[in-house]
Design a protein around this ligand. Structure first.
Ligand code: FMN
Length: 306
């Protein structure tokens, strides 16, 4: 381990700033066939719900020239099966494991948090930003009051570090993040997917049954970076940057803009080794410097333009 990459975020220590994003590496078993997950600073599970969810009908994935559209609809085995079949594997991994939870009501999130309370996990990531379901998901994230109450309740009941994963569609993001700090969140994850649309012009109809789907990948990186920059300037909460990270240089951009940690999503589908490869490149790059010293550094360079 290279201690120059070590970073404290909230109450947790991360051996390096690289995590895998929710829903893009399942519950870790498949990706661990490529490399041991201990290499990573952390791992976020696919979002789980109280009851199993079958997700949306196909098609669920659509490639565009600049990113991926998905409409998975939170397919997952539900809490009981997760605890039985996935937790024994996850609790053996020596890195920060976050369980992502999603619900259709505040009650459901609280119930999930209660059941995760005694597990050997580092924290909970609140998914209030899934664009592909009718209830819960993004509809929570758009409501500042509900998001605040929900976060406060989950922090209280779980007594674990709680991160809140925001939607780019959320209005008044800066006000919301300040509220989340007061609600006891330890970090904000910026972002879940953007809403996008694809149309099959040959048959003259939308690709997805739900019309809109979640856009991820390279096209969203500059948009997310812009928000990371703005959020960092306010300094309310540590930022976990997520969106379009495809290579080492993208991680550097996120760090310089103000992200303390990053999550890699879509890139895992293209190269399952990407998490490991980026960690190794960071280790090489940070042999001399400390990662802590570079977080948000680009803000200090603004005067170069004046
Ligand atoms: C196929 C797929 C499934 C996803 N499932 C989830 C999920 O279950 N929970 C969640 O919070 N985010 C989910 N996401 C969003 C990602 O975690 C991430 O926020 C988003 O894709 C942006 O990052 P990226 O551009 O690196 O992929 C999913 C994304 C994709 C592409």
């Amino acid at each position: 381990m290279n201690s120059n990459l070590q970073i404290k975020v909230g109450s947790l220590i991360f051996k390096n700033p690289v995590l895998l994003a929710s829903g893009t590496s399942g519950f870790g078993k498949e990706i661990s066939k490529f490399y041991p997950l201990e290499i990573l600073g952390g791992f976020v599970t696919k979002s789980i719900t109280l009851k199993p969810k079958r997700g949306n009908p196909p098609p669920r994935i659509w490639e565009t020239p600049c990113g991926l559209l998905n409409s998975i609809g939170l397919e997952n085995p539900g809490l009981e099966k997760f605890l039985e079949e996935e937790m024994p594997f996850l609790e053996k991994i020596n890195t920060n494991i976050f369980v992502s939870i999603a619900g259709e009501s505040v009650k459901e999130y609280i119930e999930l948090a209660k059941n995760l309370k005694d597990l050997k996990i580092s924290g909970i990531e609140l998914n209030i930003s899934c664009p592909n379901v009718d209830k819960g998901g993004i509809y929570f994230g758009l409501d500042t009051d509900i998001t605040y109450e929900l976060t406060k309740s989950v922090v209280k009941i779980s007594q674990k570090p709680v991160w809140v994963k925001l939607s780019p569609e959320t209005e008044r993001i800066l006000i919301l993040i300040n509220l989340l700090k007061n609600a006891g969140a330890e970090a904000v994850v910026v972002f879940n997917t953007f809403l996008g649309l694809a149309i099959d012009w040959r048959i003259r109809k939308p690709i997805f049954k739900r019309i809109f789907a979640g856009l991820s990948g390279p096209s969203i990186k500059p948009l997310v970076l812009r928000y990371i920059w703005e959020i960092y300037e306010k300094g309310f909460l540590p930022i976990v940057g997520c969106g379009g990270i495809m290579e080492f240089g993208d991680v550097m951009e996120y760090i310089l803009a103000g992200a303390s940690l990053v999550e890699i999503g879509t890139a895992n589908f293209i190269n399952p080794n990407i998490g490991k490869e980026i960690v190794l490149e960071l280790e090489n790059y940070f042999r001399e410097e400390k990662i802590q010293d570079l977080i948000g550094l680009a803000h200090k360079r603004k005067e170069d333009f004046s």
